[in-house]
Design a protein around this ligand. Structure first.
Ligand code: ADP
Ligand code: MG
Length: 386
């Protein structure tokens, strides 16, 4: 699987499937969250960047009300749906992502009739790199243009989030869609999730002789179930007991008092959010003052907080982080919602082969499934590519 999107190839696959050329091809990237985990739905801060892996959709509008969808991934073939009967029962499996976006946009009063859609994605699915938001953002960007809907990037973020929340059923925040829609090449996105205000932060890893290695543990998470929703509920409980609108409003100095008001588990969940928000702010300052080589300790502290306080790591993620750190990584952490997925390691480019070999060996020694390990770099956000 090549990481970069070949728009001509996607257009050709569309034509072979549907018998005519598409009207265009739109691509939206997956993301790595550099720091700021589970802070988005607590109205806090996040610092993701788009990666050089993306979902591309080729689309052609039809004269009727039928949507035909096909993905290059899997053996499902072409799925055909009558848009007049679009409901939670007809938006199932992978088509819930593109059809969920169409459903939300139609709910907003945007006229979307029938279409043919071909999807090809180079974002690994269920690896914590947000293959789901990549699909949503590519589809939302496409129909925004095809139907001249005039939605701003921040409005498209909310379209994708609603599709994920209301149609797919994953209670996620705005992190993933913001990264996919707002990123630019060579930058991370510093986002205030309360106001949706964002700032682009230069992240020139190559100039500092660094790179970010992703270790996809192959442990597939599922956000629509269990742990993610339970963490969200704990945060809501913590905010309620502490009498704040969101945990964003709690700072480190409030923690001693909070400890007396909350049960131990809820307190540790709250402490993760409070310290994580501060780590995002600290990362911005350190990046500006000293450059990316200096943020390693913050990344590792974030992982420890997720492992011990928020309890969303797993043995494979911990092993990836510990092994990378033991072999020259400056910092490492799990990235994304947790319970599986990927870890990232910030490393000097010179130790890439050593870190890779050590992680592969450690996974083999532990009898874990072999991980997939690859470098990522900050890439452009959602856009038309043909
Ligand atoms: P993540 O966003 O971390 O990759 P999710 O569970 O949120 O994980 O999204 C994964 C889901 O997205 C898959 O189960 C599938 O339904 C859909 N998906 C991802 N990539 C593709 C693809 N190339 N073709 C079809 N569906 C895909
Ligand atoms: Mg997802």
């Amino acid at each position: 699987m090549s990481a970069s999107i070949d728009a001509a190839h996607v257009a050709k696959a569309f034509e072979e499937t549907f018998g005519a050329a598409p009207q265009g091809v739109w691509a939206a990237p997956g993301r790595v969250n550099l720091i700021g985990e589970h802070t988005d739905y607590n109205e806090g801060f996040v610092l993701p960047f788009a990666i050089d892996r993306a979902a591309a959709v080729a689309i052609r509008l039809r004269d009727d009300n039928i949507a035909q969808l096909r993905s290059s991934y899997g053996a499902e073939g072409t799925v055909s749906v009558d848009l007049d009967t679009l409901s939670h029962d007809t938006m199932t499996g992978w088509t819930a992502y593109p059809l969920g976006v169409v459903w939300v946009m139609r709910q907003m009063g945007i006229t979307i009739g029938g279409f043919d859609l071909y999807l090809h994605s180079t974002v690994p699915s269920g690896a914590g790199l947000s293959s789901s938001a990549a699909i949503e953002c590519a589809v939302a960007t496409a129909f925004n243009e095809l139907e001249s809907a005039g939605l701003s990037p921040n409005e498209l973020v909310l379209v994708g989030q609603r599709a994920e929340n209301e149609v797919v059923g994953a209670p996620t925040g705005i992190l993933d869609q913001s990264a996919s829609l707002l990123s630019t090449d060579g930058h991370a996105v510093f986002l205030d999730c309360r106001t949706q205000e964002s700032t682009l932060v230069p992240l020139d890893l190559a100039a500092a002789g660094l790179l970010i290695l992703v270790v996809d543990t192959k442990v597939s998470h599922a956000h629509a179930t269990g742990g993610y929703a339970a963490r969200r509920a704990s945060c809501e409980l913590g905010a309620e007991v502490l009498g704040v609108a969101a945990l964003r409003d709690v700072v480190a100095a409030d923690l001693p008092e909070a400890a007396g008001l909350l049960d131990d588990e809820t307190y540790r969940r709250v402490r993760h959010i409070v310290t994580e928000n501060q780590r995002v702010l600290d990362t911005i300052v350190v990046l500006d003052d000293a450059g990316p080589a200096a943020i390693g300790a913050l990344l590792t502290a974030s992982h420890v907080s997720m492992r011990d306080d928020f309890e969303i790591s797993c043995p494979e993620l911990d092993l990836a982080v510990d092994t990378a750190l033991a072999h020259g990584a400056l910092g490492a952490r799990m990235t994304g919602g947790g319970f599986g997925g990927s870890a990232i390691a910030l490393i000097p480019a010179s130790v890439k082969a050593t870190v890779r070999a050590s992680v592969v060996q450690a996974f083999a020694d532990a009898s874990f499934t072999a991980p997939d390990i690859f470098a990522v770099s900050p890439a452009p956000g959602a856009r038309r590519v043909r």
